[in-house]
Design a protein around this ligand. Structure first.
Ligand code: F6R
Length: 610
């Protein structure tokens, strides 16, 4: 949510910042701006809309320099507009600030500053920062002391980058709870909220930690803590390849990521099963004794990751037989749950930066609970703040609507449940082997589904004007119904709700008319006959049935207006397959309605505010 970039070196800063912002555009695309030292003065260019709008402005009014900062915004305080776009400045434009996160006490600070004569132009929380710094400098403080003083005044989770006119050779930065990375090139340093902007230019990267700040020139980097003590920067080799974040010929990241799922699964199987039946999670450092002692688990996550967690609950109760709850992080944090000593928390997060989930971790730690996390970014704050983490191995996910991360999360929750079950001697070896043999077949079954994507693409044209959708599934596929509805809502803006099939008659059936398509997941399972009854009930009310069934199913097919067959597999693993046609449906409907699925309105990847 909001992306920050910075640069000091010999290159043309305007193009370096633009390229960086394009890489971070998935974090927000309401407005964008840059601040650059141009012949010693701070020059600002900012524009409402996507980065393209800023690019056009820069063509009309270019800037020239080698040092600067930039920002792409997801609005929190103040509507998307040119005035609210970052960078923000003090009244003399001698300080320019870009910011990610929220300054929670900004109103109080703004009143104090206004009473001292400071004039504000925007409705943002950010604007207090340059004014606070200006106030400190006016009182004769050094830049260092100015920073140290304001850190104790601002509350919230944030990251900033700052230019000071009086030091035109350097870029300042600071963070408390929002990510900031520094990339090292040859005679140049880069700053970014996420790795994507550093892949092409930085051989090494340093992940700053909470309550760190500093500056860089083209040749020098200095980092300090919030007491002013120097910190030795720790650089790591940057190993991501550019192709991993490129669309590689696909029209959108979302469809690329949907189609990547079989190859991700091949990688997961290779890494986690070593070609055999021995499960291993080398990065997971929690001692086995602690894991096998756990008597209760609470999974906390948000959005798509929560849907994966809801299925994870089934896995953890079925295999290691540990009582498990799955909860929205944003509710978990504030409801003061009852926990006992051997309760453990599992946080699930693709980005590893979601503020709600992070707050859940801090809440758990305050209760002295162990926290393990499942993340797609092992350098993320959530990975760092957990007692141990598992890498979900999905590779960078850029599409705002999460797809490949969901199936990678599910796979890891499944394998982790089997791992804990075997630690606790809860699963017979034969059963374990049979399940893992089935896992090995998943990539080719996913391929088989994706090879039929054009069927769903054709259907999508029929739903261009549809106003409401309903999704139904039961047991393991109830969360898949929720996920299908979420996907459709977020990228095609069609209202959609997911329900457990059994709940239909308790209210939602009132929604059913001939105008409402109902997506029914009806795969082979004990509950199949009940799902068939639900479909009959919808049919009786003239609802349009879109069914997801196993190959060879004739009964539901005969009742359906649209029927998509997936390869046979056990119910427990079925969500890994049933979700794929739903991902495709939401993608193709969004495209048919002429929306950009990679940049859904009002959304951003990596939700770093609560
Ligand atoms: C939906 C989606 C969101 C995220 C949620 C949690 O497509 O992407 O619902 O799943 O914001 O994000 P992470 O997994 O990064 O914590």
């Amino acid at each position: 949510m909001c992306g920050i970039v910075g640069y000091a070196g010999n290159k043309n800063v305007e193009s370096v910042l633009l390229v960086g912002l394009i890489c971070l555009e998935y974090r927000g695309y309401d407005s964008a701006g840059i601040a650059v030292f141009d012949k010693g003065d701070i020059e600002i260019r900012k524009e409402k809309g996507k980065i393209k709008a800023l690019e056009n402005l820069l063509k009309e009014k270019p800037v020239d320099g080698h040092i600067g900062i930039g920002h792409t915004r997801w609005a929190t305080h103040g509507e998307p507009s040119q005035i609210n776009a970052h960078p923000h400045t003090d009244s003399k434009t001698s300080i320019a600030v870009v910011h990610n996160g929220i300054i929670e006490n900004y109103q109080k600070l703004k009143f104090q500053l206004q009473s001292k004569g400071h004039v504000f132009h925007s409705s943002t929380d950010t604007e207090v920062i340059p004014h606070l710094l200006a106030e400190e400098l006016k009182a004769g403080k050094s830049i260092k002391d100015a920073f140290l003083n304001i850190f104790s005044k601002i509350e919230g989770k944030w990251a900033i980058s700052v230019l000071f006119e009086r030091e035109p050779d350097r870029v300042y930065f600071a963070q408390d709870g929002a990510p900031l990375l520094i990339g090292k090139g040859k005679n140049e340093y880069y700053l970014s909220s996420a790795i994507e902007a550093l892949i092409r230019n930085s051989a090494e990267v340093c992940y700053t930690k909470n309550k760190e700040w500093g500056y860089f020139t083209k040749n020098e980097l200095a980092i300090f803590d919030f007491q002013g003590n120097p910190i030795v920067p720790e650089f790591k080799k940057q190993e991501l390849k550019w192709t991993e974040i490129d669309k590689t010929g696909y029209p959108h990241y979302m469809i690329k990521e949907i189609f990547e799922q079989p190859s991700i699964f091949r990688k997961i199987i290779e890494k986690r099963m070593n070609g055999g039946y021995e499960l291993n999670f080398p990065e997971f450092t929690l001692p086995k004794e602690i894991l096998s002692r756990v008597t209760r688990l609470i999974i906390q996550a948000a959005g798509t990751s929560l849907h994966a967690g809801m299925i994870g609950k089934h896995y953890l109760e079925q295999f290691p037989k540990i009582q498990t709850d799955s909860e929205m992080s944003s509710e978990f944090v504030y409801r003061n749950p009852v926990v006992e000593g051997d309760t453990m928390i599992i946080a699930i997060s693709q980005s590893g930066e979601t503020a709600d989930t992070l707050a859940g971790i801090y809440e758990a730690k305050a209760k002295f609970l162990k926290v393990i996390s499942l993340v797609n970014n092992v350098n993320s704050t959530i990975a760092r703040e957990s007692d141990a983490f598992i890498d979900m191995l999905a590779g960078p996910e850029i599409g705002v609507a999460s797809t490949k991360a969901f199936t990678a999360q599910l796979m890891h929750l499944f394998l982790f449940s089997l791992y804990v079950a075997s630690l606790k001697w809860m699963i017979p070896e034969e059963e374990l082997k049979a399940l893992l043999d089935e896992v090995k077949l998943l990539p080719s079954k996913m391929d088989a589904i994706l090879n039929k994507a054009s069927i769903i693409e054709k259907w999508s044209k029929d739903f261009v004007d549809t106003k409401d959708f309903v999704f139904l599934g039961r047991t393991y596929n109830h969360p898949v119904a929720l996920e299908g509805a979420l996907k459709l809502k977020e990228i095609s803006y069609i209202h959609a709700s997911g329900y457990a099939g059994g709940e239909l008659k308790h209210g939602p059936i009132a929604l059913i008319t001939s105008e409402v398509p109902v997506v029914c997941i009806a795969i082979d399972s004990e509950i199949y006959p009940k799902m068939v009854s639900n479909i009959e009930e919808i049919k009786a009310r003239h609802g349009k049935i879109i069914s997801i069934v196993n190959e060879g199913d004739e009964q539901v097919k005969a009742l359906s207006d649209y029927c998509f067959e997936i390869p046979k597999c056990s119910e427990v693993l079925s969500p890994l397959l049933t979700v794929i046609p739903l991902q495709l449906l939401s993608y193709y409907v969004a495209v048919a309605r002429d929306y950009d699925p990679d940049k859904p309105r009002n959304l951003a990847k990596s939700v770093t505010v609560e």
